[in-house]
Design a protein around this ligand. Sequence first.
Ligand code: ADP
Ligand code: MG
Ligand code: MG
Length: 874
Amino acid sequence: MTEKYVYNFNEGKKEMKDLLGGKGANLAEMTKILLPVPPGFTLTTESCNRFFSEDQTIWAGLDKEIKDHLKDLEQMTEKKFSDLKNPLLLSVRSGAAQSMPGMMDTILNLGLNDRSVIGLANTTSNERFAYDSYRRFIQMFSDVVLEIPKVQFESILEKAKKEKGVKLDKELDGDDLKKIVKKYKEVYLQETGEDFPQEPMVQLILAIKAVFASWDNPRAVFYRDMHAISKLNGTAVNVQSMVFGNKGESSGTGVAFTRNPGNGDKKLFGEFLLNAQGEDVVAGVRTPNEIAELKTLMPEVYQQLETAAENLENHYKDMQDIEFTIENDELFLLQTRNGKRTAHAAIAIAVDLHQEGKITKEEAIVRIKPQQFEQLLHPNFDAKAIDKAKALAKGLAASPGAASGRICFTAEAVEAAFEKGIKTILVRQETSPEDISGMVKSEGILTARGGMTSHAAVVARGMGKCCVAGCSEVRINEDEKTVQYKGGVLNEGAIISLDGTTGIVYLGDIEKTNPTLGGKFTELMDWIDEIKTMSVRANADTPEDAKQALEFSAEGIGLIRTEHMFFKENRISSVRRMILAGTIEERAKALNELLPMQKNDFYQIYHVMGGLPVTIRLLDPPLHEFMPVKEEEIRHLAETMSLSQEELNGRIDELHEVNPMLGHRGVRLGITYPEISRMQVRAIMEAALEYQTDKKIEIQPEIMIPLISDVKELVYIKAEIEDEIKKIFTEKGQTLKYHIGTMIEVPRAALTADKIAEEADFFSFGTNDLTQMGFGFSRDDSGRFISEYMDKNILEKGPFDTIDQEGIGQLVKIAIEKGRQTKPNLKIGICGEHGGDPASIEFFQRLGLNYVSCSPFRVPIARLAAAQAAIKYR
Ligand code: ADP
Ligand code: MG
Ligand code: MG
């Protein structure tokens, strides 16, 4: 069997991208649906592959195939490739299976030489056109095949224009261009020591070889590395008969989107140039005209273009990005592909295409990338402004958004500036609960330490505030109030900008664009809710968070971190006294202060949620996060506790833990100090009873116990809690239904989930801790080496960002199976950071979770991801 390496455009189709490359497959498809495409043929990606194994030579078989197809092309165009009067001219165009913008260049007008250029000038009676084509060809050939720098040619052109006193290429006439061609050929001779090749077949083979070889040039290799493109065969080469946009004012070239890629409006969008060729439009040789002007200049051509656009959309069922050329009032299409678009446009187009009956709701939903929502929900930097900005460091993209402001090193400084209406960025080594007020009042947060689940990252995401965390490229000196970066030092008050979506920190202020969510977004979200099967709840710690969550249509609250409710300035002192109390009485006093505050918070949250499910987790503070550190705080606390500073320091030392993340937290705290759990349960139940009485809306509180590793812990704490609840019911003469469930976040709990399920009404996976304990990676410190693990391909993704399905995911799977062995209808959710990660959500859908819970600002993303997962696995 003879192998086939070359396909005529009329032999291929759009499904053959791997073989013909994206450009080739779409040229074939357009040919197939009878759009006006200049005829041509494609050398397959496999031929590129073989080219490399043949020591970069064209083997005899391929040479024959090329010549055979060239003969066909001559027949179709009724022109001869080496004709001296009216030669067939060709374009040679690269095109891999995936687009690699700007990687491999195109050669136009191939086939011209010193003699046929004269013939062409005569047959077309257009000397200017003939020599313009020739000079372009010499330059592109020299650039692509021999890598002779373009500037050498461009400076000759510039000089010619200057001498003539004109600005535009098209103001040069035939004679001028003739002289330019002569000079171009001199450059070629100088650079290569040879005359410009005159034999068209030699030109063609050299061009094909150059395009093949360019697959392996450093730029292309770098691009593929950057974008993790592997497993591709190579580039295809398209050899196509030329059509000419440079024949005068009734010819031209342009690019058009079938809809506006910025906002999705259904109207042609693009640019064109008259009397121009190929890359002139993109290269900015002249300022192009808006496509709308074509309507007045060439109404019929415009009409054809509109019709072609419509045909292409109907056929591809998506917005297309088209390249076209007009030759003497006749339209030709040279390329089509699915157009790139902003998030805003992506949604508008998907919704419109469904409403126009072109795609189903499911197709519309699957088209939207969850990451695009990120762009929609947060402010972004203006694309042009960001290009000009100076980056000074890169950290973790901890919480998306764009923020600019003056550097402040303390929460107090932020607050003081806020009073004066000055925008700030809170810059800290790492944040702690004391910084909360500063975090709230700053535009964004930058930390040098801590990972994606550090305090700064988690809290900022919860607030929807921009944050770059773990930026180890800067050195923050909080005492001296300086930020050191590679290029210098910044002091307090200097202006910086943070991009929380990329993790990049910039110098100075950068212009921003604000998000707007229109009717189409709402429409799409309605379809999403129809289709998804998992619920999406939010993690919310305050009534404000809950409101935000509801605005994004959260279907409940999956996690209230009650310790976060204490971060407010006036409360932290009571919490510290509760933790550091020396006696039960002292602790009781502190708890009594906290009870009404907690109760009121719960009441407000119930009120906001209006009967939707609310899961409240009992206290789970890694103790170190709550200890005072600053001298003055310690002094103040000692005063309020009537202790000497030494005494207080003594107690703090006693509570010091070497491994606080594995320490005295979660249920362990409740087991040593049941009165804390009792107080919290009292606040939960009293608030629920009062709310129910006031509003006549049924509330079934979901009380969640953290950090269980053995069912006996749950039995113990449940007895305490239920005893307290019984008391409350008797005191109030009222009852209500409640649920007591547990987090599954310790590996041992996952492995003994069948026993735990006997006592638990629901499970919620705390996958942050499960990952921490499953991997043995500290959440707070592992950021430093995890990035290196990824560089060295030991880890593919950060396990705190996307759940590790192979290991941690197995723990989740086992726990679900065991839990549902005991209770087939056990309600199971997840409330770790993975609850907002699309790849993880897909996994949870497969495992049969009932709900995911994530920070309020991720709720729309999670809803979309849940719908996409439901479509994929139904
Ligand atoms: P890129 O991948 O960089 O877009 P293309 O192969 O699409 O490169 O070529 C760039 C431009 O060259 C096209 O947009 C078109 O204007 C011009 N071009 C390519 N082939 C032809 C042709 N056969 N006739 C006229 N112009 C062409
Ligand atoms: Mg193109
Ligand atoms: Mg936990």
